[in-house]
Design a binder for this molecule. Structure first.
Ligand SMILES: [Zn+2]
Length: 261
């Protein structure tokens, strides 16, 4: 049985893709998630949505309770997560408005709880391929069919924020091999793997980060404008993807079983 969790990001919190909506308050051993969990159906698929930054976009990235969000989705039986996030582009060829389905991350966060296991047990979860290959290839296939401009792979770097990068940092991240940048993928993707949930990111490029000398500095207004245009593309993609997600075996769900000491 498939239940898909959608973690809404900046510019995409809207539950209007669902029918038969109920909203549930959840408490987890790690505290409260970012908001009520919205449950509903999209066609025949059960869906649970959490807006990562809260309903009013009031929780900044460092203070998002990533553990509570993933735990809450797990409690509602979520088997697959599609995580939506706004990103800056570190590559000329990833233009504002493009979608990216990253296959790797670089972690530059410093202040976040990144494991469920901090008591008696220790979990060394393998992270060589952090994103679900099956979900990623499905997203790529459907984007092609829908003629959405997209990039089938990429390395996402997650910084602590809430400030944006300096030019020196932005140039350094490019040298490291990062293609897009945000403040929210890590530790969300790691916790999903610990919870045995398949996880893929739909990254919406909103701007060229400040490495791009010809561009004016990144402003919140610029990002918000592109986000609005992107949200329609993501909605289309979600409508196409949800009925195609099937519960067959996947390494994502098995990794944790052999990782806890
Ligand atoms: Zn998977």
């Amino acid at each position: 049985m498939v239940t898909v969790g959608i973690i809404g990001g900046t510019g995409f919190d809207s539950p209007d893709i669902l029918k038969n909506i109920t909203r549930k308050k959840v408490h987890t051993p790690f505290g409260a998630p970012s908001d009520l969990v919205t449950l509903g159906t999209c066609g025949t698929v059960q869906v649970a949505i959490i807006p990562r930054h809260g309903a009013a976009h009031s929780i900044y990235p460092t203070l998002v309770n990533f553990r509570a969000n993933i735990w809450a989705l797990k409690e509602f039986g979520v088997t697959h997560i599609l995580a939506i996030t706004a990103v800056g582009s570190l590559r000329e060829e990833i233009a504002p408005g493009d979608l990216v389905f990253p296959d790797q991350f670089i972690d530059r966060t410093t202040q976040r709880k990144s494991t469920f296991y901090e008591g008696q047990e220790v979990c060394h979860i393998p992270m060589a391929d952090p994103f679900c290959e099956k979900l990623r290839s499905l997203l790529g296939k459907l984007s092609k069919q829908l003629s959405l401009k997209h990039h089938q792979q990429g390395t996402i770097i997650t910084i602590e924020g809430p400030r944006f990068s300096t030019r020196a940092e932005s140039r350094m991240f490019r040298l490291w091999g990062a293609d897009i940048i945000n403040m929210s993928t890590v530790p969300e993707v790691v916790l999903a793997r610990e919870a045995g949930i398949c996880y893929a990111t739909i990254a919406m490029s909103t701007d060229y980060d400040c490495w791009h000398e010809s561009e004016a500095p990144v402003t919140w207004e610029m990002i918000a404008r592109t986000m609005k245009q992107n949200a329609e593309h993501v909605k289309k993609l979600l409508f196409a993807a949800l009925p195609e997600i099937t519960y067959d075996s996947c390494p994502c769900r098995e990794a944790v079983k052999s990782s806890v000491l």
